[in-house]
Every structure is written in structure tokens, then in C-alpha cells.
Ligand binder design. Structure first.
Ligand code: C2E
Ligand code: MG
Ligand code: MG
Length: 760
């Protein structure tokens, strides 16, 4: 408060008189006396009532003559004025300006009045301030109350969140609390998905039916559209009057005041909060907006946390899934099946039951992968998983160990026969042609199944797994496409196979391989027309190993490629040698399907062999088998055609043992069909075999193919074959496979002797 000034106490309306005048009865307590002029004249002094009463006859000049010295300056303080009045014992003192001009008069009363006025102003001001303070206090109390409420609401939200993952509950409670807090009639929260579509809508103040009855505007229209589009706060006293308003959609109750705030965090919009119709027709205030924003902020935090938690849960679930399932097939993986095996085993032990474990391996999966590509391989594994799952009963488990290996667990089996039935079902089901829709292709595959059983073959997961594995190898070694139960002797077989594989990898380099030659005879003339080159392997440790034993291993390990090339070169060189000596024999070389599919250099090797030996192409006959047809592709057929272009002939070896489809004969560029020796063996005694062989002979003649009968051992067989139109024969009746030098002695340099001489 400012301090009191002399000017505040000044009385300016003082009667003014000339010094020459005489006082009159009507004048006030004090009269200011001037000489010359009452306006501009010199101030002479104050004449009081007492002065006038004491000397009623005097003029003013006489009355004020002795007083003029006691004056105050305009700039003096009030306290100085008081002191001066005390000092001179005056009730009033004149106040002069700097030039000595009369300004007014200060009296004790005027000072007192001024003081009182100031006091009263002070009181009024204090009152006003008190009222303001009170108001502020009330405001503060209300804010504190609301903030406490909001805080409590937020805490409720967080509590709800920590105890429930039900976001819906949380949002519903949240919007109810906020609507109440901000004294709105209607409240709603709209939660949006990442694309901005409405995910869910929580509301209060309206029933579900009412909300359902509200129509919608085309997207983005209306004020709520503005809130969504602009991610901005809207606070309107009368929402229909906003120029952006498109009115209310059909069925919407009319509303006036609106407060809408976005719920967003870190640039991601989670949704909007809408509050409408503040109580008693009031408007939403700035504080309401602040509160709603603060609420939206807490909510966004909660929603973000919930989203992060969901993402973490999803990631965790995915990790859990990866830890237990095979991504490609969706089957349990090794880890899960091992766990399950432990459980099942413990159960079986407790209840004294049998259980079986099957180890399944796809035959020649590598070939399919390499031929058609990994995508096709994957599709095949998926299809296989479906086939395997389809065969099983409830309670059985199929899992993928990795690659083309699967495991099946039969937790409750009564007998070995039951298990054999399931295994047979598996082998048969897999053999059905499998369609790979993505590749518009049908393929035929087979599996080998090894089986171990609890308690006979082991009582730990490890022993059962390894024995089923051994049995599976055994199934492979007996020709694949089969199932085998574990037997103790198989352990030995597996060891042997391993040893064989190790030695075979070095056989070529160590010169342990050689060829023998078996004559092929024209059945009519009995003359040798060619020879089949047959591969032989003698190893220091293993001794002589039969081709049927080591060739599958060579194929599985891939060493068939260098070995096959070596066979071709060696056989062609031999043929050239004999040609040089004047014996124009054709040479038949066995070629494994593996070479055709996987030896990228196969064509070049062939060309080189022909050039090197100077042999005409048609003197070389490649014996292929029906297994080639399993992976018949454009590439394979193209390669066969290119080889055909060199003049080289193709023979279908072991005809009758495989898929035996005559349609294959038409699809391949064949010249010769070799009837397998299994049919020739009983041809004379077994009517069935006789019928099959005559049918093959009739058919091949019809197709213009030459027929060679293999494994001919007796004269009766020769007779039968000759009668039925077979052109060429090969077998012990004429001679076994022998070394090149023996062949030269027996068949080239001297006329044939022994049994085979009979026909000459
Ligand atoms: P294959 O091509 O059918 O060869 C004929 C097999 O029958 C040969 O067995 C031969 O010794 C045998 N054999 C010949 N005449 C008679 C007979 O009168 N009675 C009986 N019981 N058997 C006879 P080997 O040499 O053990 O060859 C077995 C298979 O091994 C061959 O069957 C062929 O598929 C494969 N093989 C042989 N050499 C090669 C080769 O260089 N490359 C490839 N990929 N496979 C080969
Ligand atoms: Mg052959
Ligand atoms: Mg054969």
C-alpha cells in the first residue's frame, strides 16, 4: 500500500480574500489572504476564525501579518506537516508550491480524514484480497479434490491393469470415472487399430441399444472425424455451431457441449476420448481439458504397456513354439518328443505296458531335394507330415527330428502285431502318389521304418531311439520301402555298413575297383553280340563286396558319380581295345538313376568316352532302371534325349521288378528291355511267370524294342525264350561275368566251348 502524501490531505477549496478586505460572517474557519489579486497575487497568510473573532474590526492584512512565516512546501511529508503544526501550535498550515504560490491548506482534520480514507481503502483492499484468497483456496481445494480423484482413477486403472489383462474392463471403468469426474452426461472411448479402424468402443450415459441405433457418417465426416483426422483436442460449447460440424448422424441424441481429446503416445494414436453435455448446461472448462488430457496420457501409457505386453507375450509364445515345434510341418520337434518319450516311458514302466517307437526316414529324399529344389522338398515334408498324422490314432505322437527323419510314438500297444499293422499302414500310405499343389506335380516316395519296443529293446529314451534308428538302417539295407523291428543282430549290420562306407570312399583311389564282363548272346545264332560291364570291388579288410551291397551306399554317399564315370571310361576303353582287334561288340554299362539326376558332367563324360574310344554311339548301351521314373522331370527327359542324340542306346534293366509300368516304356527313349532274372528263373515251371514273360515279349515286340532275358541258366529257359520271340540272352548258361583277359580267351580269340557251344 502506498504511503500517505501531503497532497492527499490538502484542502484546496479555501475562501480567498484580498489583504485590504474586511472579514465577513459567512467565511469558513480559515481564509487565505492575498495582496493585489486573490488568484495571482502574493500569498500573505491564513486568517483563522479566532483571529477574526479577536479583532473584528481589522482588515485581513493586519490579521495575517505575523503568521506568514509558518508554511509547508508541497513536497513535505505528512509527518513533517504534523510536526510543524505541533511546533507552531497551529491547527492548519498553508501549503505553497516551489514559486511560493498558494496551493491549499492542511489541517489536523484534513490529515485525519485522509488517514481514515486510506485506512478504509486498505480495509476494502484487504477484503477484496481475502475474498480472492478464499476463492483461490476453494479453487485449489476443488482442483486438489479432482486431482485426487483423477489420481485415484489412474491408480484404479493401473491396479485393474496389473490384475487383469482385460483391457475392456479397464477402459470401461476409466471412461465411467472420467465422465463422473468432469461432470459430463455422456462419455465414450474409441480405441483404434493400427490402420485407424475402430477396434472397440466403450461408453457411458447411453445404453448399448441406443449406441447400436446410431447410424454412421461416411468416414471422416462430422466433428469426431475432425478429432480423428487432426489428432487434436476439441472443446466446444455448442458443437452443432462449429463450422466443421456435419450435424448428428441418424439416431444420435442431440448434444451441446463437447470435449474430445486424442489418446496418443510416441506418435502412435490409440484412440479418442469424448465427453458430451456438461451438467447443468455448462461448458467444459480449461481445467476439464487439462484433466481429460492427463487422463488420456495415463491411458495411453496403460495401452502402450498393454500393447508391449501383448507383443512380448506373442514373442514369448513364438519362442515357446519354436522350442517345441518344427516350423515347417508344425509337428512336435526333437525336444518335445524326447520329453514326451520320457513321460510315456515312465507311464509304461509304472503300469507294466508295452510301447513302441518308430524311426522313419524318407528314402532318397536328398535326390528329390536336389532335383526339384528345396521348396519342393519342404512341400513334400509337409505333405508327408499330413500323411503320417493321418495314419495315427489319438494318443500317438508324430514328430519331426529334422531333415527327412520323423519319429512316431505309440504309447499303448498290446502286441508286436499291432505295431506291425501300424508300420505297414505307414509304408503303404506314404507310397501313394503325393500331390504337391504348389508345384503342380505328383511324386512317389517311400519310407523306411525302424521300430524299437519297450521293454524288449530298451528302457531308456536313448536306447529306444538308437535301436529304432538301427532298425531303420536295416529296413534301408534290405531295399528300403519297408519296416523292420529291431533285433540284436542289426547292431552288427549297422556297424558293417559304416565300415563299408568308410572303405568305399577310398576304393577308387586305392584301385580296388575293377570290371568284369558278361557276354550277351544272340539267341538264334548263339553268337556273342555284346557284353555287360559289371562292377567289382575287392577290399583288403572286407574281401569281395557284391555290387548290390555297395552300390546303394555309393548312391547315398554320392561317390557313385566318380565311380560311375570311371566305369564308363573303363568299359569303353575295353570295347575300343576289342574293336581294335576286330570284335565289334556292343557294351552295356549300368547307370544308376543317381548319376542321371545329380551328375552335372554326365553328358560330357559320355561324349568324352565315345570320342576317346572312337566307338559309334550305338555301340554303347546304358542300362537304366525304373527308379529313374520316380523323379522324372523335364530336365531328366531332356538329358536322355540329348544322350540319345549321340546315338547311344538305352536299356531298361531289371524290368518287372519295379513299378513295371508299360507306360514308362513309352515315355522313355528306350531301345532294349531286360527282363529280370527273377521271372526267368521259374519260367518253365511257373505258369504265372511264363504268362508274364510272354506278355512282356509280346508287348515289347509291339513297341519295337529288343528284349534281353537275364539270368538264363538252363536249356529249357533258352527254348522257351526262343519260342516266344526273345532276341538276346545273358546268364550262367552261357557264362558268368569274367575278367577282360578271360573274356578275350573264352569269347574272342577261340571259339566258345562248354555248355554254350551246344548252340553254335
Ligand atoms: P544287373 O545289371 O541286373 O546285372 C546282372 C546281375 O546278374 C549281375 O550281378 C550278374 O552277375 C548276375 N547274373 C548274371 N547271370 C546270372 C545268372 O544266370 N544267374 C544269376 N543268379 N545271376 C546272374 P552282379 O554283378 O552282382 O550285379 C548286381 C547289380 O549291380 C547289377 O544288376 C546292377 O544293377 C548293379 N551293378 C553292377 N555293376 C554296376 C555298375 O557298374 N554301375 C551300377 N550303377 N550298377 C551296377
Ligand atoms: Mg545291368
Ligand atoms: Mg538286371
Amino acid at each position: 500500500m502506498k504511503s500517505l502524501k501531503l497532497a492527499d490531505c490538502l484542502l484546496t477549496e479555501v475562501p480567498r480574500r484580498l489583504d485590504s478586505e474586511r472579514p465577513e460572517g459567512t467565511e469558513g474557519r480559515f481564509v487565505a489572504v492575498f495582496s493585489d489579486s486573490v488568484r495571482n497575487g502574493r500569498f500573505c497568510g491564513l486568517a483563522s476564525l479566532t483571529d477574526r473573532a479577536t479583532h473584528p474590526g481589522w482588515i485581513y492584512a493586519d490579521l495575517v501579518e505575523h503568521r506568514v512565516a509558518h508554511v509547508l512546501s508541497f513536497t513535505d511529508s505528512v509527518s513533517h506537516a504534523m510536526r510543524e503544526m505541533d511546533r507552531w501550535d497551529e491547527d492548519a498550515l498553508p501549503v505553497l508550491d516551489r514559486e511560493g504560490g498558494f496551493v491549499g491548506l492542511v489541517t489536523r482534520t484534513s490529515i485525519l480524514r485522509a488517514l481514515l480514507q486510506q485506512e478504509s481503502r486498505l480495509v476494502r483492499e484487504t477484503h477484496r484480497l481475502n475474498r480472492e484468497i478464499l476463492h483461490d483456496k476453494e479453487q485449489l481445494a476443488s482442483w486438489t479434490f479432482r486431482l485426487a480423484n483423477l489420481h485415484e482413477a489412474s491408480r484404479t486403472l493401473l491396479r485393474v491393469l496389473s490384475h487383469t489383462s482385460l483391457e475392456a474392463d479397464l477402459l470401461q471403468h476409466g471412461i465411467e470415472a472420467l465422465t463422473q469426474l468432469l461432470q459430463a452426461r455422456y462419455g465414450a472411448i474409441g480405441i483404434l487399430d493400427e490402420q485407424g479402424g475402430l477396434l472397440n468402443f466403450h461408453h457411458t450415459g447411453m445404453t448399448d441399444q441406443q449406441v447400436a441405433g446410431i447410424g454412421t457418417f461416411p468416414e471422416g465426416r462430422g466433428l469426431l472425424g475432425v478429432v480423428i483426422r487432426e489428432d487434436a483436442v476439441l472443446r466446444l460449447p455448442e458443437l452443432s455451431k462449429d463450422p466443421r460440424s456435419a450435424g448428428f448422424p441418424p439416431g444420435h441424441p442431440v448434444m451441446h457441449s463437447l470435449l474430445a481429446v486424442p489418446i496418443s503416445r510416441g506418435g502412435r494414436g490409440y484412440g479418442r476420448i469424448y465427453l458430451c453435455e456438461k451438467w447443468e448446461g455448462k461448458e467444459f472448462t480449461e481445467e476439464d481439458e487439462l484433466l481429460a488430457k492427463s487422463f488420456a496420457n495415463s491411458l495411453s501409457l496403460v495401452l502402450e504397456n498393454a500393447r508391449e505386453m501383448r507383443e512380448m507375450q506373442k514373442a514369448q509364445q513364438h519362442l515357446d513354439y519354436l522350442a517345441h515345434f518344427d516350423l515347417l510341418t508344425g509337428l512336435p520337434n526333437r525336444g518335445l518328443i524326447e520329453d514326451r518319450l520320457c513321460q510315456v516311458l515312465a507311464n509304461s514302466q509304472r503300469h507294466g505296458r508295452k510301447m513302441a517307437l518308430m524311426f522313419i526316414d524318407l528314402d532318397n529324399f536328398k535326390g528329390i531335394n536336389d532335383t526339384y529344389g528345396h521348396a519342393a522338398g519342404d512341400a513334400l515334408l509337409k505333405a508327408l507330415a499330413t500323411v503320417l498324422s493321418g495314419v495315427l490314432r489319438e494318443g500317438d505322437t508324430v514328430a519331426r527330428l529334422g531333415g527327412d527323419e520323423f519319429i512316431i510314438l505309440l504309447p499303448e500297444v498290446d502286441s508286436v502285431q499291432d505295431v506291425a499293422t501300424v508300420a505297414k499302414k505307414i509304408v503303404v500310405a506314404v507310397r501313394e502318389p503325393i500331390r504337391l499343389p504348389e508345384f503342380d506335380h505328383e511324386t512317389c516316395v517311400t519310407v523306411s521304418v525302424g521300430i524299437s519296443m519297450f521293454p524288449d529293446d530298451g528302457n531308456t529314451p536313448e536306447s529306444l531311439m538308437s535301436r529304432a534308428d538301427v532298425a531303420m538302417y536295416h529296413a534301408k539295407s534290405v531295399g528300403k520301402n519297408a519296416f523292420r523291428f529291431f533285433t540284436t543282430s542289426q547292431n552288427v549290420v549297422v556297424q558293417q555298413r559304416l565300415r563299408l562306407e568308410i572303405h568305399l570312399r577310398q576304393a577308387l583311389a586305392r584301385g580296388e575297383l575293377f570290371l568284369e564282363y558278361q557276354p550277351q548272346i544272340d539267341i538264334r545264332s548263339g553268337r556273342v553280340v555284346g557284353f555287360e560291364a559289371l562292377l567289382r570291388w575287392t577290399n583288403e579288410e572286407l574281401g569281395g563286396v557284391a555290387p548290390l551291397e555297395f552300390i546303394p551306399v555309393a548312391e547315398e554317399t554320392g561317390v557313385i558319380i566318380p565311380i560311375g564315370a570311371w566305369v564308363l571310361h573303363t568299359a569303353c576303353r575295353q570295347a575300343r581295345e576289342w574293336r581294335r582287334q576286330g570284335h565289334a561288340l556292343k557294351v552295356a554299362v549300368n547307370v544308376s538313376a543317381w548319376q542321371i539326376h545329380h551328375d552335372a558332367e554326365f553328358f560330357n563324360t559320355l561324349k568324352q568316352c565315345l570320342t576317346e574310344s572312337g566307338m559309334p554311339g550305338d555301340a554303347l548301351e546304358l542300362e537304366i532302371t525304373e527308379s529313374l521314373m520316380v523323379q522324372k522331370t523335364e530336365t531328366t527327359l531332356g538329358l536322355l534325349e540329348r544322350i540319345k542324340g549321340l546315338g547311344v542306346r538305352f536299356a531298361m534293366d531289371d524290368f518287372g521288378t519295379g513299378y513295371s509300368s508299360l507306360s514308362y516304356l513309352k515315355q522313355l527313349p528306350l531301345d532294349v528291355v531286360k527282363i529280370d532274372r527273377a521271372f526267368i528263373r521259374d519260367i518253365v515251371h511257373d505258369q504265372n511267370d511264363a504268362a508274364i514273360v510272354s506278355a512282356i515279349l509280346a508287348m515289347t515286340r509291339h513297341l519295337g524294342l529288343t528284349v534281353v532275358a537275364e539270368g538264363v541258366e538252363t536249356q529249357e529257359q533258352v527254348d522257351f525264350l526262343k519260342d516266344h520271340g526273345c532276341q538276346e540272352v545273358q546268364g550262367y548258361y552261357y557264362g558268368p561275368s569274367i575278367s577282360a583277359s578271360d573274356f578275350a580267351v573264352s569269347w574272342l580269340n577261340s571259339p566258345p566251348s562248354g555248355k554254350n557251344a551246344a548252340e553254335m
